[in-house]
Design a binder for this molecule. Structure first.
Ligand code: ATP
Ligand code: MG
Length: 715
């Protein structure tokens, strides 16, 4: 078995498919390796090849490698790419899983040694228990409250914060907790104890990680057995590791250092779970002897898409932004990214469906097209529009392919067939005929049927046939049992085979993936960036969260190989009030001469309806990013800030924030204070013209601020 795998890997591994930096990371000796690089630069390709290299050079056996990532889809992508190198998918080969799936397997195996016969069950629905705990703590139990509480508990667990420490940590971090910290702590602690029942334990996903780490940390026999089994570790998308996942990783490693990590701090999009790019950025401090490689060449996207991506992330601020590298597009030219504004969401969705139809007519396969949005609830408009246009699609992160009734029936039928002893001994690609024959009995036709429902079912069954074909081509010895095991593994990881349909997915779920054509939809302020990082008057209430929203847009833009369209709608429903405006992240990116660049006519727009985007008051050029827009000048143009006025404003802000018990940036951000100190507004009108100051802030703080400015001007 091992010999076959090694030979296959050697044959398929081609170092000439890598550039010099990628090859250096691939060839680095066993030990710590870190690849820090932007989107589309081949990080995932590099790690799969590195695994192949370590295996074919005999440094490690394929089944001693554990590769982990964060989403089921990304793990699926990793497995597909490993399979293409002859390294994945089968027992005895490289394990590529999410952290959770890996921990689940390990815990199942080690539980009897560690805990004995106490039964446990996986808790995948937390709401009922959180609701009980919330009730006991005197909080409401409506869905919104439960969602906030559950999210907060997940953040705390991911950050390794125990219930009894929660309140203190929240105070130290000045974290915007959804409720009073002591209440959240009470719910958190109640939730933890309610999971222990007379019948056994409920373990949530984070408990799987905690128990796995603890088993390895506390039981020498477990640690020895595990460390004998796995010798080499690889983490993709390492920027999104939580302290809890890092603890598991540390427990896996023990004293060893055979660890390859790759990531892009500018794609950190899971901070709300406690994830932090600090582990990636500090890797070489932890392992001073690590090989560190930076990649800049973008192999995924056209120079046009790359240029937009560079501009999106170029506007970012903060420590993370400081680590970005300019991407250099390697592909031939393609079309310019398109921007489009629509009156309402249904019109936007219909237009996207029409544009998809055109792409299909041009020969772009449906599976190479994606529509990406900020939140899952946005999918509905697109599901409807695509259905009306007769375009097949699948929603990622929704129900999940293997949970579909028709897919479950089909897999069941295959299992029953496998149990019969008259099954012909088909292998590899021959399995396709066998699978087709079994599925024909439950209604798979040769021709695609008519009717939306029938077509959906047909596409789902055909997806199983196509998957068999793909697996059989790569694995000539694959037998029926092996196929069923692979299907089960995929169902567990919820990685559906590629249905020939357009992908609908959230930006979070799209991480690590790529398509020929990508539609980024719903790019309105309040959707991306999402409303809760903005204050009531559109001022930023949380700078760090705003930056994460910007990174989400960056992730979205960088998913496109060639075609990219960014769109937004002015109203939610057909004929609704046009109160929305395009995302602030698009300011300066939309070409001026396109009709889309006009700002939404907006009755509440205090700067007047005709205003195109703002220009620098020093040099007159359009302002390209949020900070510049707020300052009213390019960040490079000379500032005329009155430093004493700024100091006076800062002092006032500190006192105000203290007396209101608010974080200071909730009163005014640094940028807004700087803008005030530069522009020295004399009256309400001038004050409110400064971005970040709306009606509410004017009412609350206007008089104070104007008095400070006046006293400074007068004397
Ligand atoms: P992300 O940050 O989005 O996860 P990534 O850095 O992991 O991106 P990959 O997905 O590995 O990038 O690579 C992007 C695309 O470029 C893939 O289609 C990959 O096959 C291709 N690619 C990577 N390296 C090369 C190369 N040296 N030559 C040609 N194509 C390459
Ligand atoms: Mg990747």
């Amino acid at each position: 078995m091992m010999v076959r795998v090694t030979v296959a890997a050697t044959q398929k591994l081609r170092l000439d498919e890598l550039d010099a930096e990628q090859a250096a990371a691939v060839r680095a000796p066993r030990g710590p390796v870190c690849v820090l690089a932007g989107a589309g630069t081949g990080k995932t390709r590099t790690i799969t090849h590195r695994i192949g290299h370590l295996v074919s050079a005999g440094h490690v056996r394929a089944d001693q490698v554990l590769a982990v990532t964060f989403t089921a889809r990304a793990a699926g992508e990793l497995r597909s790419r490993l399979r293409a190198l002859g390294l994945g998918g089968e027992a005895g080969q490289v394990q590529a899983r999410t952290f959770h799936a890996a921990a689940l397997r390990q815990l199942k195996y080690f539980w009897p040694q560690v805990v004995g016969d106490v039964p446990w069950k996986l808790l995948d629905r937390k709401f009922p228990i959180v609701a009980q705990a919330a009730g006991r703590a005197g909080l409401a139990t409506d869905t919104d409250t439960l969602r906030d509480l559950t999210g907060e508990i997940e953040w705390a667990k991911g950050s390794l914060i125990a219930p009894e420490d929660y309140a203190a940590v929240v105070a130290r971090l000045q974290r915007d907790a959804p409720f009073e910290a002591s209440k959240v702590a009470a719910v958190y602690s109640g939730y933890e104890s309610l999971k222990t029942t007379a019948e056994g334990l409920w373990l949530d996903f984070d408990d799987l990680l905690l128990h796995t780490a603890a088993a390895l940390e506390d039981y020498t026999s477990v640690a020895e057995e595990f460390r004998g089994r796995y010798r080499s570790f690889v983490v993709d998308e390492y920027q999104d590791v939580t302290p809890l996942q890092q603890r598991v990783l540390d427990a896996w490693l023990g004293e060893r250092d055979d660890l390859t990590v790759v990531g892009d701090a500018n794609q950190t999009i899971y901070s709300f779970t406690g994830a932090s790019p600090a582990f990636l950025l500090d890797f070489s401090r932890r392992f001073p002897e690590a090989t560190v490689i930076r990649l800049e060449r973008d192999y995924r996207s056209t120079p046009q898409v790359v240029s937009l991506a560079n501009r999106v992330i170029g506007a970012a601020r903060g420590r993370i932004a400081g680590t970005r590298l300019q991407l250099i597009g390697q592909r031939p030219d393609g079309p310019e990214p398109a921007f489009a504004e629509y009156d309402d969401e249904p019109a936007e969705a219909a237009a996207v469906a029409a544009a998809v139809t055109k792409l299909l007519a041009k020969g772009v396969p449906a599976a190479e097209i994606a529509v990406l949005y900020r939140i899952n609830a946005q999918s509905e408009a697109y599901e409807q529009a695509l259905t009306e246009a007769g375009i097949p699609y699948q929603v990622r992160g929704g129900e999940g392919f293997f949970n579909r009734t028709d897919v479950r029936q089909a897999v069941q039928a295959l299992r029953q067939a496998a149990a019969r002893d008259d099954l012909p001994d088909a292998r590899g690609i021959e399995l396709v005929n066998l699978v087709r024959a079994v599925l024909a009995r439950i209604g798979l036709t040769v021709e695609e049927p008519v009717g939306v429902q029938a077509r959906e079912r047909w596409s789902a069954l055909m997806a199983l046939v196509n998957l068999t074909e793909e697996l059989g081509t790569h694995e000539p010895t694959l037998d029926f049992g092996g196929l069923l095991r692979e299907l089960a593994a995929r169902a567990e990881a919820r990685h559906p085979p590629t249905v020939q349909g357009v992908t609908l997915a959230s930006l979070h779920a799209a991480k690590g993936l790529e398509w020929d054509a990508v539609f980024l939809v719903g790019l309105a302020d309040g959707t991306l960036p999402i409303q809760h990082v903005l204050g009531h008057d559109g001022a930023v209430s949380d700078e760090a969260a705003l930056e994460e929203e910007r990174r989400l847009l960056y992730v979205g833009v960088t998913r496109a190989r060639e075609h990219l369209q960014l769109s937004w709608a002015l109203a939610r429903s057909e004929g609704g009030r046009k109160v929305r405006r395009r995302s602030r992240f698009l300011i300066g990116l939309v070409p001026d001469d396109s009709p889309a660049s006009r700002i939404a006519p907006n009755t509440t727009d205090r700067r007047g309806p005709k205003r195109v985007h703002p220009t620098c008051r020093v040099c007159g050029r359009p302002l390209l990013n949020t900070q510049a827009t707020m300052l009213g000048r390019c960040t490079r143009c000379p500032a005329d800030v009155d430093t004493e006025l700024l100091a006076a404003l800062q002092e006032w802000r500190r006192d105000k924030a203290e007396s209101l018990k608010l974080p200071h940036f909730v009163v005014f951000s640094d940028t807004t204070l700087t803008a005030i100190a530069e522009q020295r507004p004399a009256d309400d009108r001038a004050l409110v013209a400064i971005p970040g100051i709306g009606a509410k802030k004017l009412q609350t703080y206007g008089a104070d601020v104007l008095a400070i400015v006046r006293s400074r001007l007068n004397g």
